[in-house]
Design a protein around this ligand. Structure first.
Ligand code: HEM
Length: 322
């Protein structure tokens, strides 16, 4: 097992500003086409499946490398959770999709990653352990094609990668979207991209805790959450996976899985959704801003994809009037 390292490096490409200007345009167009069809909403992760409030309890006696920002001191914080499908469309939950698990941790105070101060720390997670591409460019090209519908998006893969490469990318996409999903209470979720933890760099993950049954009670992923929460609380452990070195845990290659066997992993907090009926936090979550940059400077997002997301989420938030 390697040791956590404070030696990490972000690389900024000379044309990054121009690329980010394009990111904003692509997100705005995707959102406009879908909002014309479905009504005002997010550019991606449009369909909210379930929302709830709960608590995030930061654990005592953490090792010194974990004790930064939100994790500097033990304590309980209110948390708002929004569960979503990843796509820009409102469609059946049976269709293959990425699933989103967004958590806003409240009752926080400190310097914000965006300047000034903040009272919250957001974690946006998906049921994948790596991003589709090394940087944001391929993803943004794909989204641009997707604004025209699924067929142009698939044709785009073949145009960009040739017949053989296009098939390979298409298969990867289908594998990611079609990955078996046993429900939000039973699956692992990942922030996927690195953030700071004080002077260190980490990827954040969420792991079901308290022995939830391994498979969904109901085959409907929303009903599954309702049924579970009607009979008792649900728990997840929040883990930090530490960067060890550039080769093993790169900052700038978002497509790489950071290997569990070579990286220190620390459970820093426990998320609890208490027993509850209905979907009481639905309106609050739909209107909220969950943003990878919404949080403490001590947890500033790292790497090119995160910088692209700063522009993308801001554009989508403007487009839905928040
Ligand atoms: C270049 C890469 C990415 C772009 C351009 C992008 C773009 C977006 C946009 C525009 C939204 C809607 C924001 C809003 O209006 O509130 C969104 C939501 C979301 N994204 Fe991303 N995203 C990217 C990568 C990722 C990655 C790597 C993750 C992995 C954790 C992720 C997880 C989420 C989640 C969970 C939501 C839903 C948040 C909510 O419930 O409000 N995204 N994304």
């Amino acid at each position: 097992m390697k040791q956590p390292s404070t030696e990490w490096l972000e690389r900024i490409a000379p044309d990054e500003e121009a690329h980010f200007a394009r990111v904003a345009k692509v997100i705005a167009r995707l959102q406009q086409t879908r909002s014309a069809k479905f009504g005002t909403g997010r550019a991606l992760h449009r369909k909210q499946l379930f929302a709830a409030t709960g608590t995030l309890e930061v654990l005592p006696n953490l090792p010194p490398h974990a004790r930064h920002g939100l994790f500097a001191a033990p304590g309980r914080h209110r948390a708002l959770v929004r569960l979503s499908n990843g796509g820009p469309d409102v469609q059946s939950n049976k269709r293959p999709d990425i699933r989103g698990f967004a958590v806003k941790v409240l009752d926080v105070s400190g310097e914000s990653a965006l300047g000034g101060t903040t009272d919250h720390q957001d974690f946006l997670m998906i049921n994948q352990n790596h991003f589709a591409s090394a940087d944001s460019r391929e993803f943004v090209d794909f989204i641009e094609a997707l604004a025209g519908g699924p067929l142009p998006a698939i044709l785009h893969l073949f145009k960009t990668h040739g017949i053989g490469g296009g098939f390979a990318r298409f298969r990867e996409l289908i594998a990611a979207l079609g990955k078996k999903f046993n429900g939000f209470a039973a699956e692992r979720f990942n922030v996927v991209l690195p953030i700071r933890c004080g002077p260190y760099a980490v990827r954040v993950r969420l792991k079901p805790a308290g022995s939830p049954p391994p498979v969904a009670r109901s085959r409907d992923i929303v009903e599954d959450m309702r049924q579970r929460l009607a009979v008792g609380p649900l728990h997840w452990d929040l883990e930090l996976q530490f960067l060890v070195d550039e080769a093993t845990t790169p900052i700038e290659d978002a497509s790489k899985v950071w290997p569990d066997a070579e990286t220190p992993i620390v459970t820093v907090a426990r998320l609890t959704l208490p027993q509850q009926g209905g979907d009481a936090a639905s309106t609050e979550a739909e209107a909220a801003k969950f943003d990878p940059w919404g949080g403490l400077a001590a947890h500033r997002p790292l790497g090119e994809v995160m910088r692209a997301r700063k522009v993308a989420y801001y554009e989508s938030q403007k487009g839905r009037g928040v």
